[in-house]
Ligand binder design. Sequence first.
Ligand code: NI
Length: 136
Amino acid sequence: MLYLTRREVFSASHRLYNEKYSDEENSKIFGKCSNPNGHGHNYVLEVIVKGKIDPATGYVIDLKILKQIIRENVIDKVDHKNLNVDVDFMNGLNPTAENIAIGVWNQLQNKIPSGELYSVKIYETENNYVEYRGKE
Ligand code: NI
């Protein structure tokens, strides 16, 4: 079994908050990410596809095709957008790295033409990332 990774970057803003909490409580829980007017991150997305080699091509999946699928279904929707209001697949979700990873997974899950989606990683900072591997 082979695991192939495509890395993409995007920039987006968000505000993390729970409407049941006061601004002060939100600030305590979410820190800078709950700034009332939002703030931005340079996110890194890694999409890992798992599969066997196609003997005709030597590929698990053609990376040009994977890149195109990620661009159309994810990057074009999130890059330079506000994740709280601009992104259909994040509707109603608090845009934590966890929820972004799940949203991206749902966007890509049925669109991979060869191999299968194995993992979605979202790096919100250099030191923090979340990995989602579907409902295991
Ligand atoms: Ni933030």
